[in-house]
Design a protein around this ligand. Structure first.
Ligand code: SF4
Ligand code: FES
Length: 373
């Protein structure tokens, strides 16, 4: 069977990457947090030996990259043990961190067991802005320290910046900061409206002008910094002609395991009420990837409706994001409303414009907090 026929019929290759959400605990309270509204408690989290078994299964089925994430993965006391186990399985380990909870000593120990890569989130380019967005006083200083320690170990560093209306004009300064911190890669990702971000949509929604300016700035910086800094850019798809291939296609490249062992095709998949998800406590990762209803629901192209079904881009973007289709169209099988062929594109733009009314420039709503002092 050709690769094209396999794609069309939804026959899945093994996943390349696994996102292990070790915990939902996090010292920060970013207003765009992509974790679910109802966070999983520490008592529900997988135990050390359960995670290690999951890493072994992932490696055996062909996963190459393991992203150790959260919440804040440093909130797990066994982070060192888990990282070592993942390295021993032959997985390439990437620690995705806010920088809070990792001391120099702890980082050196992680480097000693073979941690391959660190991805550090930044919320702004100065202390006031960064701490306000992260909802955590003193966070900015600690991030700068962590970046310096990472640099000293020789572990490659990626800086990740989620951009939204209140910090998008600072993209040139974000690029400068990434260079100063010694990052080899910078990910500039426009905020995605899932999870907690929906509560702050009015404050976070960038304007079309901001998005267009950022696209140009990134293009110019990519040329100017070639060989020095790689810049990944996720633009705001609601202003674009086509949607992005969310997760590289449903159940096609990546697999997410939540803190309790639920296996998800993407971080927001629980927002699709018709789906039920299997747990690594009951089934093997391999069984879930290949045979579970949730992973097979939107694989291939058979599930697609028009206009996706007869579109020549259906193997390019796979109909866009299922969770965005669910949120805006109320139907996870619908064409992603970010696509210009979707009958809901105008509604999506209207929704974006409505959010940008100046009177809606209210303070952020933080998870579990009334205010940021
Ligand atoms: Fe992609 Fe569907 Fe739009 Fe075609 S119609 S570009 S497949 S989202
Ligand atoms: Fe779930 Fe895009 S976030 S498919």
């Amino acid at each position: 069977m050709s690769a094209m026929s396999k794609e069309l019929s939804g026959i899945a290759p093994p996943p390349m990457a696994m996102l292990a959400e070790l915990t939902h605990r996090c010292p920060l309270a970013c207003p765009y947090c992509s974790n679910p509204l109802e966070l999983k408690s520490v008592a529900q989290e997988l135990a050390t030996e359960e995670w290690i078994r999951v890493f072994q299964e992932a490696s055996e089925m062909g996963v190459l990259h393991l992203h150790l994430s959260g919440g804040e993965p440093a909130s797990r006391r066994d982070l060192l043990e888990l990282t070592k186990a993942a390295v021993d399985c032959g997985l390439y380990t990437n620690l995705i961190t806010s920088g809070i909870g990792i001391t120099e000593k702890r980082l050196d120990a992680l480097a000693d067991v073979g941690l391959d890569h660190v991805q550090l989130s930044i919320q702004g380019v100065d202390q006031k802005q960064a701490d306000r967005v992260g909802g955590y006083k003193g966070g900015y200083e600690r991030k700068l320290k962590l970046a310096a320690w990472v640099h000293a170990t020789g572990i490659p560093l990626t800086v990740n910046a989620v951009c939204h209306r209140t910090n998008m004009d600072d993209v040139p300064a974000i690029i400068e900061l990434a260079l100063e911190l010694g990052a080899r890669r910078l990910e500039i990702a426009t905020v995605q409206f899932h999870g907690w971000a929906i509560k702050n949509r009015a404050q976070l929604m960038p304007t079309k002008g901001q998005v267009e300016a950022t696209t140009k700035i990134v293009e110019n910086a990519r040329n100017a910094l070639e060989g020095k800094l790689v810049i990944d850019y996720v633009p705001a798809d609601y202003y674009a002609t086509y949607p992005k291939a969310c997760m590289g296609g449903w159940g096609r490249i990546g697999i997410n395991v939540d803190p309790t062992g639920l296996v998800l095709p993407c971080h927001a998949a629980e927002s699709i009420p018709s789906l039920t998800f299997d747990n690594v406590r009951e089934k093997s990762l391999q069984d879930i990837w290949y045979h579970s209803d949730a992973f097979n629901a939107y694989r291939g192209t058979k599930w697609m409706q028009e206009p996706c079904r007869s579109c020549d881009r259906k193997l390019v973007d796979f109909g866009g994001c299922r969770c965005q289709a669910m949120a805006i169209a109320g139907d996870a099988k619908a064409t992603d409303p970010a696509c210009h062929k979707s009958p809901l594109k105008a509604k999506l733009l209207e929704l974006a414009n409505e959010q940008i009314r100046p009177d809606q420039n209210a303070p952020f709503i933080y998870r579990g907090r009334y205010n940021f002092p």
